[in-house]
Design a protein around this ligand. Structure first.
Ligand code: MEV
Length: 311
């Protein structure tokens, strides 16, 4: 089974987590770490899942039920009935599963790729992405689709949810974007946090409209900064996006501490990334030296730290 053809990437959101659920643009970068999936049909009906993905402690336990639900939704969408034919799935790859990195999306997209190969279908990349989106619904009811789109297509994407298919395009970078990301070690439930944001919005629509308006302007400027390779501006905008996320109450002390430490160590900008209330933070570190400094500073506080580049 050509497992390497089932790879799906992790992602980090540069701008727009939570806001993107409400159909405003966001910027997301795929990381090179991936999840892959081997699919074998078995004689006994039923679903067997072997999960060899590396993960931060407790991630898999906390996500187990949602994960099985996501796998079943993806298989059903693709017309695979485990009551008729048994399916054995083996997930692997080098993506370390942590809240915020899009591990769930990478898992269901790699599964869709595996079905495509096992059944000798010729699904398009858009169809693979759509299957991943169905799976993401197992994790929370109203996914924007940003995670599965980054998992499927890779690169740095401007992404916008619509009533129909999402709109997205790949950005060409003038220079690589060097970053450090760190896990708080806390796994939050995306369903719960997205639900809380919705409640806050419904309780005060005027406040939310003002905040999302400010965010949308910020995201436009952020895109420009990416296109111009202006790292100082990009960093300042990441800091501001973090403030907006604090206002949404999706950050937490652990994330704020990491953000402050990264900036103190020389990052030109830092923010939480993904669901929040735990999960990950991302710091912009334009040179290798700053990246190493920030990495060392974060290692003193965070259980896990990674250095990478959007290229
Ligand atoms: C999760 O990576 C990003 C959220 O905005 C949820 C979503 O877009 O579906 C929190």
């Amino acid at each position: 089974f050509p497992v390497d053809q089932t790879r799906a990437f992790g992602k980090l959101i540069l701008f727009g987590e939570h806001f993107v659920v409400y159909k405003v643009p966001a910027l997301v970068g795929a990381v090179s770490a991936y999840t892959d999936c081997k699919l074998e049909y078995t004689t006994e009906p039923g679903l067997e899942v072997i999960d060899n993905r590396p993960a931060v402690p407790l991630y898999k336990e906390k996500k187990m039920d949602e994960g099985i639900e996501a796998i079943n939704l993806t298989l059903t969408h693709l017309g695979v009935d485990t009551k008729k034919s048994g399916v054995k799935l083996t997930f692997g790859g080098d993506l370390c599963c942590a809240s915020g990195i899009g591990a769930s999306a990478a898992q269901v997209v790699s599964l869709a790729r595996a079905v495509n190969i096992a059944d000798s279908r010729s699904l398009s990349e858009d169809e693979i992405n759509a299957a991943g989106y169905e799976g993401e619904k197992g994790y929370h009811g109203t996914p924007s689709g940003i995670d599965n789109t980054a998992a499927t297509f890779g690169g740095l994407l401007r992404f916008q949810r619509t009533e129909g298919a999402p709109i997205f395009d790949k950005k060409t970078l003038v220079s690589p974007i060097r970053i450090v990301y760190a896990s708080t070690g806390i796994t939050a439930s995306t369903t719960e946090v997205v639900g809380d944001v919705r409640e806050k919005k419904e309780a005060d629509e005027a406040w939310f409209a003002d905040l999302i308006g400010k965010y949308t302007k910020l995201c436009e400027e952020g895109q420009k900064a990416v296109e111009e390779g202006d790292m100082d501006k990009l960093g300042k905008l990441m800091n501001l996006n973090h403030e907006y996320l604090q206002e949404l109450t999706v950050s937490c002390k652990e994330l704020d501490d990491l953000v402050v430490a990264a900036r103190a160590a020389g990052a030109v900008g830092a923010k939480m990334s993904g669901t929040g209330r735990g999960g990950l933070m991302i710091a912009l570190t334009p040179t290798e030296e700053i990246q190493n400094e920030v990495g060392s500073a974060l290692e003193k506080l965070a259980p896990q730290v990674w250095k990478t580049t959007f290229a």
